[in-house]
Write a protein of this length. Structure first.
Length: 249
């Protein structure tokens, strides 16, 4: 009955709606990263990879929420580096930021330096290896999501329901987002750049240098808006070139 104690609490319903929206927003970067990773799988395995990847994301978030007491005790200092106290939470954020930076830079290097022929070979990766990478990145992104949930809701049941609804919405949106990223290489590059930004933000959080999330979201939104304008300009230029070619023909 304790799990249903929130049902008659109006504040809990408000928290559920707000937290669900926040979980979806926080999950967008996870969708982008999963889309980039499954893009290296054969075509017939990509949708399966997206669904399993997001399923892993949901399980990871729920497990972290259920171990809430343990997560919240990670603030105790473990050791000191250059007069900076490092807690378990800080260590997770630092390692997660380094992983994001390394993975994103590696993907950008492959996109820029790999020749067309070898790129096609690199694009076909092991299904198990891709799922392992998704599982690791899910843990990184889930920490941010769980901390947000803890700050927004008082009931664990509300947190879990919000996560399940958010992941359900993301499962529906994963394929169109993945297809859009695959068909627009510049969007993929922008997404990888966003992940570098997130990695730097995680490193900053790990070293107690808080970067307001509003600044990060504004930078991402502004960059994405500029890229959308660039896509429209390139589309118009292609249409104009095709019309001129038809007129000459």
């Amino acid at each position: 009955m304790e799990w249903l104690s929130w049902v008659n609490d109006p504040q809990a319903w408000i928290a559920l709606a707000t937290l669900t929206l926040l979980e979806i927003v926080l999950g967008i970067d996870n969708i982008i990263f999963i889309s980039i990773l499954v893009g290296r799988l054969p075509e017939h395995q990509r949708n399966k990879g997206r669904v399993i990847g997001l399923g892993l994301a949901m399980i990871t978030r729920i497990l972290l929420l259920l171990s809430l007491a343990w997560v919240m005790t990670l603030t105790a200092p473990l050791f000191v580096v250059l007069e900076q106290e490092i807690s378990g939470r800080d260590l997770i954020l630092i390692l997660g930021g380094l992983f994001l930076l390394g993975k994103s830079v590696h993907e950008i290097h492959n996109s820029l330096e790999t020749e067309e022929g070898s790129a096609k070979v690199a694009a076909v990766a092991s299904f198990g290896a891709i799922l392992a990478q998704i599982a690791v990145i899910d843990i990184v992104f889930s920490l941010d999501s769980v901390i947000t949930a803890v700050g927004m809701a008082d009931h664990v049941a509300v947190m879990i329901i919000a996560v399940m609804i958010a992941v359900g919405v993301m499962m529906l949106a994963a394929k169109p987002i993945g297809d859009f990223v695959d068909s627009h290489p510049t969007i993929k590059m922008l997404a990888l750049s966003f992940l570098i930004l997130v990695g730097v933000a995680l490193l900053g959080e790990g070293f107690d240098m808080h970067i307001p999330k509003g600044y990060i979201y504004f930078a991402m939104a502004f960059s994405f808006g500029v890229e959308i304008l660039n896509l429209r300009v390139r589309k118009k230029n292609r249409e104009k070139a095709e019309l001129e070619k038809q007129a000459e023909g």
